[in-house]
Design a protein around this ligand. Sequence first.
Ligand code: C2E
Ligand code: CA
Ligand code: CA
Ligand code: CA
Length: 278
Amino acid sequence: SKQSGKSRISFYKEQYQYEFSRRVDIQNSIKEHIEEKSFRLFYQPVYCSKTQMMTGVEALVRWPNTTIHYTPDEFIPIAEECRLIDPLGKWIIASALEQLSLWQQSYETPLTLSINISPIQLQKKILETYLLETIKTYNLKTSSIILEITETAFMENSKEVIEILTSLSNKGFRIALDDFGMGYSSISHLISYPIDIVKLDKSMQSLDGENNKRLKIIESLSLMLKKLDFSVVAEGIETKAQHQLCKKLNIDYLQGFLFSKPMPANEINLILDDYCKK
Ligand code: C2E
Ligand code: CA
Ligand code: CA
Ligand code: CA
């Protein structure tokens, strides 16, 4: 009837208004937290599968300690839409590089630092300028820095993205293709872009049933990636069975809750204390 049609419309309108005002709230909070520098970074260890040593960490941004909490999967896309990812991304780069320099001062360690770079940040040359400036400030080497990008970065302006990535790669930064195996994965990306490291998406790791197609795909994929001389990282490892499979497939680096969750920098210190106090 007309009546229920109308109320359905107003229901959608309310939903829409709710969703809209929630976004505006999050946008405003992001802006505030950037200004107050109250975002935090956690770091998740990456282990070499041969030596079982922590060889690097991935920086992961965290919402400040406030009553309402959002995950990066919730607030990063909003920051991207309203272009707040540029100032947020700058803060992430500066804080992560400062932390790496602190680790290098206190420990004899060749630790690598992975930073997630949004496709939006990759559309501009100023990313490289900012990275190089910050690296100089903290007296670091570009080769210690891994820039993690996803294939969504290749969807638009692919020519310019190739140029930007090639330039970064020539300066010594290492480029990791994140979330490989889901979404827009294409073998051609592995050839057209200057990629050094491939991170197999955590969805690839689900091993329900030994004979499934997923297992065969991950086996052939990792074989192919090795043949092409990529460093391969398996992320999202939660079970011993997944770890076993990674060993069988000769995967180079491992990351996941089975080994370590993302943690504040001072907890990474405890791991480094065990390895290599200066
Ligand atoms: P990602 O780059 O693929 O990061 C890996 C995500 O998997 C992280 O979630 C991490 O906490 C989680 N993870 C690690 N080990 C396991 C595991 O064993 N099992 C499961 N289920 N999850 C695991 P997080 O920190 O919530 O970040 C989610 C996504 O948000 C990231 O995915 C990345 O796309 C984005 N993100 C996070 N931090 C940043 C950042 O600093 N900058 C940008 N641009 N994006 C970020
Ligand atoms: Ca990542
Ligand atoms: Ca990933
Ligand atoms: Ca992701």
